[in-house]
Design a protein around this ligand. Structure first.
Ligand SMILES: O=C(O)CCC(=O)C(=O)O
Length: 272
């Protein structure tokens, strides 16, 4: 996987601030994309998954959630050196992994309603980012096959989009190996797939450390699997505190639950 220089990470974070999104090219290679695709197809087959059949998740779209529980290939994604440094600049280093899921838009799918990822949280829209999302292109993303639709600059709009309303959008076209990152207030949605191929993306979504994660990573990922994660990934899953306070367990670091010797029990109170 590609490692961004500090200057590149700064530039991508600045683009997110200015236009609401950025695309990191060549973040990962075709071999990795192939491994992800193979693992996803194996899960879909083993669990006989079908599309969710609702207007938001789609009626011809396969989604697999809780991917950290499904193997090492997915566990490489949240800490990727081409993505996490940008997210840390938008949120901060105490950000959390909110959800890691796949979005596999099949031919015939219609466009998803335009929304913003912080909409359900419902805070006033001040422009302060509490969510930062990324979409990994596991196949090429084209306008024809359902590339994510974006409303550039809308992260600064004082209003949430009206659900079901049509807006002027642009397609985030990008070749396999690219990652689209966006500010959680940006108006966007999955595109319609009028092609004869699938559009597969991994939604690698982060939130600020004081916000509840969309997927419950501490309860959803079995403890014995979380115990194999490196410290950064464990922290992203919520095995840690925000500002030495939020998330503590009896004044100790939740990382202790993973039986590790590198926990840090220094709490906010210890500063004074
Ligand atoms: O599939 C996409 O391109 C975007 C999906 C999305 O925004 C969502 O499901 O929340």
């Amino acid at each position: 996987m590609r490692t961004l220089t500090d200057a590149d990470a700064d530039r991508h974070a600045a683009e997110i601030d200015e236009q609401g999104y950025t695309i990191v090219a060549d973040a990962f290679d075709a071999t990795f994309a192939g491994e992800v695709l193979e693992a996803l197809d194996a899960i879909i087959e083993a669990r006989s998954l079908t599309p969710a059949d609702n207007g938001f998740e789609g009626r011809d779209t396969y989604r697999v959630y809780n991917l950290l529980a499904h193997g090492e290939v997915f566990q490489r994604i949240p800490t990727a050196p081409a993505v996490l440094p940008v997210v840390e600049r938008v949120l901060d280093r105490e950000c959390l992994l909110s959800t890691l899921s796949s979005i596999d838009i099949r031919p015939g799918e219609s466009a998803q309603p335009i929304h913003s990822d912080d909409q359900v949280i419902g805070l006033p829209r001040t422009g302060f980012p509490v969510v930062c999302n990324s979409m990994w292109a596991i196949t090429d993303f084209t306008e024809a096959n359902g590339a994510t639709r974006l409303v550039p600059g809308s992260h600064r709009d004082p209003d949430y989009p009206v659900y079901g309303e049509a807006y002027d959008t642009i397609p985030a076209e990008m070749p396999v190996g690219s990652v689209l990152l966006w500010h959680g207030s940006l108006w966007h949605g999955g595109g319609a797939n009028g092609s004869d191929g699938r559009r597969v993306g991994i939604a690698d979504n982060y939130c600020a450390g004081m916000i509840r994660q969309q997927e419950n990573q501490q309860l959803g990922v079995p403890r014995e699997i979380a115990a194999t994660f490196d410290k950064r990934l464990a922290r992203l899953c919520g095995y840690g505190t925000y500002r030495g306070l939020i998330g503590h367990i009896d004044k100790t670091d939740p990382l202790r639950l993973l039986d590790r010797d590198d926990a840090d029990d220094t709490m906010l109170w210890d500063a004074g």
